[in-house]
Design a protein around this ligand. Sequence first.
Ligand code: ADP
Ligand code: MG
Length: 256
Amino acid sequence: MTEVSVAKEDVAATGDLVVLKSVNKHFGALHVLQDIDLTIARGEVVVVIGPSGSGKSTLCRTINRLETIDSGTITIDGKPLPEEGKALARLRADVGMVFQSFNLFAHKTVLENVTLGQIKVRKADKSKAEEKARALLDRVGVAAQADKYPAQLSGGQQQRVAIARALAMDPKVMLFDEPTSALDPEMINEVLEVMQQLARDGMTMIVVTHEMGFARSAANRVVFMADGRIVEEAVPDQFFSNPRSDRAKDFLSKIL
Ligand code: ADP
Ligand code: MG
């Protein structure tokens, strides 16, 4: 508990990085995000949990503008999200996203997957981009796979490449949307370990996951969503041992 409160003071001192205010989003008649207020401090790790269909993926997708919002505001580092063009490409680089399905470029090698954005969006030169890519692939434990194509890698390796590809853009924040749910069980830990290390290194992270062990050990805060709303927020210890809302109690009784 002491460790958590110390970390919280540290992040508070350096300011808020992602701020959502009164965000609303509809898909036709479905009110998928309802008055979402959420502030993520620099260096904070927030785990988002909740039943299927509660709006977790949509929330992630609005933060890097893969989805537009109907009302409210979203700012990253104090700036509203750009609507289009190069500024939007830079925003997508600032907000790294890792999806359930690895989404690597199938016709590019692992190394090319990690250099492409650096060269196109960050305007890095090729040799610098390759040097950085190799260092990142080493950091996530797949350096030996650099010249292979995604299909030649296991799911766990592909997901670690996807993390390296996002990190290569020097993101301000990383979004993970159920990054381990498409993996065979024996590959889940190798991906969670990379994410744990990233959290320890001070990366600001928003992680949608059903991995409660990860939430307990890596999160500064758990956000529980249901039916398009944030129903409850708490430090992990408190959320898991003493959830306040009936919705959270019910959800936890089904998954724990
Ligand atoms: P979660 O990630 O929590 O499972 P989602 O954000 O994926 O929830 O979805 C929330 C709700 O919005 C679901 O009912 C889903 O069917 C609906 N939804 C998601 N994306 C779309 C879309 N592009 N068009 C219409 N409905 C959508
Ligand atoms: Mg989802």
